[in-house]
Design a protein around this ligand. Structure first.
Ligand SMILES: [Zn+2]
Ligand SMILES: [Zn+2]
Length: 274
């Protein structure tokens, strides 16, 4: 039977297209028993100097980027209050968060403080950015770089994923082979890096998502690729399916395809404690 819950979703006020209420209605219509809302928590003092930041302003989703923790808390506190008010909507509604991990101790200290205030039900670990010199570059910038720089960026990416997994801060790690978004990192030479990341996830006893946001005709597969799913099997990493829905129409997308992969690789299923 397919997974009847979705925990990786985004809403209005961040970079989603629909309100929490609209997401609840759609999830119920699909027969889901649980909906988790996990908006972006991306905080870094340099984040608004990123090459991609002007694009986010033009696209109207700059709200997901904060230069300090007070700013991000001022967005999440009212958002979580709204989720609290919608607790009796006929579906189990969870307070999630998708966090971009930065590996310096000051970030981690402040992050832990913010989490002690917000008390989310679960925390998704993501790495959308790589530090390069004093710049933060996201996947669209990786795509534009020359080959040598791309190699450096991807190595940093995978190292960051491993450190994030080992930090103990996260319930599961998101879209593991994110470079695939811009058609990078597909070669066999990246396998040892992937292996290190999956080992870190396994050692930390956390989970990994099968993110169905990528499926398109040219690349009909989720994050992560079958190569990584085999590692998840070998290292007993539990998995859950995430639609990464930024709109009601994306809730539950490709869950059948992802379920087939879970069956094929005989993967262990993640169980939410809350
Ligand atoms: Zn993400
Ligand atoms: Zn997401």
């Amino acid at each position: 039977m397919n997974q009847k819950y979705t925990l990786h979703t985004h809403t209005i006020g961040f970079d989603g297209k629909n309100s929490v209420n609209e997401m609840i209605l759609k999830a119920k219509e699909l027969g889901f028993n649980t909906l988790g809302i996990s908006n972006h928590f991306i905080v870094h003092p340099e984040i608004k100097k990123c090459p991609m930041y002007p694009y986010s302003v033009r696209g109207g989703y700059e709200n997901i980027y904060s230069s300090d923790f007070d700013e991000v808390l001022s967005r999440f506190i009212p958002h979580y209050e709204e989720l609290d008010k919608l607790q009796n909507s006929g579906i189990k509604l969870l307070k999630g968060i998708e966090v971009d991990f930065f590996s310096d101790w000051q970030w981690q200290q402040k992050f832990e403080k913010a989490i002690s205030i917000l008390k989310p039900d679960y925390i998704i670990g993501s790495c959308h950015f790589v530090k390069y010199g004093d710049m933060l570059l996201n996947s669209h910038d990786w795509a534009k770089a020359d080959t040598d720089t791309q190699n450096i960026l991807l190595q940093s990416y995978w190292n960051n994923v491993s450190v994030a997994a080992r930090s103990g801060l996260f319930t599961w790690m998101a879209h593991l082979d994110l470079p695939k978004k811009v058609n990078l990192g597909r070669e066999q030479k990246w396998q040892p890096f992937e292996e290190k990341a999956v080992t870190a996830i396994s050692d930390a006893k956390i989970a990994m998502e099968i993110n169905t946001g990528l499926y398109h005709p040219d690349c009909y597969e989720p994050y992560p690729s079958p190569r990584i799913l085999q590692m998840a099997k070998d290292k007993n990493v539990p998995v859950l399916i995430s639609d990464d829905a930024h709109a009601v129409s994306q809730i539950g997308r490709h869950f059948d395809d992802a379920q087939q992969l879970i069956d094929t690789f005989n993967l262990q299923k993640f169980i939410m404690e809350k």
